[in-house]
Design a protein around this ligand. Structure first.
Ligand code: SF4
Length: 405
């Protein structure tokens, strides 16, 4: 792992950077002070003049050009004086200012020492209805509001062989592939789409957890389609409908790219459920930006929306931005929930009177496309062909037609 420590400004900065470089070397990093392709950039900034601050901000883009995927951590005077101007820049992972540079070193140490191999655990105790299978851990995306990459380390995937082994052994009727960033699953040449193909002959349907919009390519969807036991439910985190806010969140797609991903899904899977998460009141979100999140709900045709207010996490890049008031966040969350319920109802109504296959759990069950169904007379673990009817609670009443298992 290579770190590039780039310094602007005075002798004091140079001395502190030299100390940080030494600390990094002691923690096992290969270190350079010359901009080059690296796994991590530490930018020590200067605020002695407005021009020095401008050059400090420009240095972020300069470093990112060498490796757009690598985190950029900004410290020093300019980041203390104008933290928001750095936190808003795409690719900035952390803005630490001038204080506690010793803590910064500890944090960088954690980044390096983090596990690179997938941690195998014993298979959990589970019932035979629905089994959650860990296939990936960690995350390299560094969304500006999220602490997870610091807490769980870099992305690593479980071997496809082990996944297949546990999937066969668990004997569940539905398997849910889970991970922190499932979209980055990779075992050698095997990506998430290939993993679905490897699981396609299991006597179970296979569902996947949360995905990033970038994975929704024609290639991935073709593989998902070929995997005949794949349940067409895509939890595709949106987070914001505004391209400007998405950029500040360090998300790697625009509003348009996200909506195009939804269209690609519907072309292959016309009945697919697309569910999502949306954050209300990210620090840079204006009322106009928020309106774009609201309108995206209808445009994407979501089957379910999980809306929640922005929550400041100390240590993230977004924590340096001015927080919106609790009232604004609460009010926007409520509007997202209302719009989400409207979309959910519209989605459900399309299936009223239609047949579906439901795997029942203790209280109701789910269709392949994640519609919750309630029926008298069905028991946990039973698979039924049903006819969906009127709305009930968070789903629909199901008339039992034929037991399939
Ligand atoms: S929000 Fe998800 S994708 Fe973004 S950094 Fe956190 S875990 Fe990774």
């Amino acid at each position: 792992m290579k770190a590039c420590v780039f310094t602007l400004g005075c002798k004091m900065n140079e001395v502190e950077s030299a100390s940080l470089m030494r600390g990094l070397e002691e923690r096992g990093w290969e270190v350079t002070d010359t901009p080059c392709p690296a796994d991590l950039y530490l930018l020590n900034t200067c605020a002695v003049t407005a021009e020095a601050e401008r050059k400090s901000r420009q240095a972020v883009s300069r470093l990112k050009k060498y490796n757009p995927a690598a985190p950029v951590i900004v410290c020093g005077c300019a980041s203390e004086h104008a933290a928001a101007a750095f936190a808003e820049r795409e690719g900035v992972t952390l803005v630490s200012g001038t204080m506690r540079k010793d803590k910064l070193l500890d944090l960088l140490g954690i980044l390096h020492e983090t596990e690179t191999a997938f941690c195998e655990l014993p298979a959990p105790k589970r019932n035979k209805t629905r089994a959650f299978l860990r296939v990936q851990d960690g995350c390299n995306r560094f969304c500006s509001y999220c602490l997870i990459p610091y807490l769980r380390g870099r992305s690593r995937s479980r071997s496809a062989e082990k996944v297949l082994e546990e999937a066969r052994a668990c004997g569940a009727k539905e398997i849910v592939l889970t991970g922190i960033d499932l979209s980055s699953y990779r075992d050698g040449e095997i990506d998430l789409g290939d993993l679905l193909l490897l699981l396609k002959d299991l006597p179970a349907r296979v569902r996947i957890g949360s995905l990033e919009a970038g994975i929704v390519t024609e290639d991935f969807l073709e593989k998902a389609k070929d995997a005949r036991n794949f349940a067409p439910h895509f939890h595709l985190s949106l987070q914001s409908g505004s391209t400007k806010v998405l950029k500040a969140m360090n998300r790697k797609y625009t509003r348009e790219e996200y909506l195009e991903a939804c269209e690609r899904i519907y072309r292959r899977f016309p009945d697919a459920a697309i569910t999502t998460d949306i954050i209300a009141g990210f620090p840079t979100e204006t009322e106009e930006d928020f309106g774009e999140s609201l309108s995206a709900i209808g445009e994407a045709g979501f089957a379910r929306v999980h809306a929640f207010p922005f929550s400041m996490r100390e240590g993230t890049a977004a924590a340096k931005l001015p927080d919106l008031s609790a009232e604004v966040k609460k009010e926007r969350t409520a509007r997202l929930i209302t719009e989400g319920r409207r979309a959910e109802k519209a989605y459900l109504s399309r299936f009223c009177g239609r047949e579906a296959v439901v795997l029942f759990e203790a209280d109701g069950g789910y269709t392949e496309n994640y519609i919750r169904a309630y029926a008298d007379g069905a028991h946990e673990g039973e698979l039924w062909r049903v006819r969906l009817g009127a709305a009930k609670k968070d789903g629909a009443i199901a008339e039992l037609l034929e037991e399939l298992s």
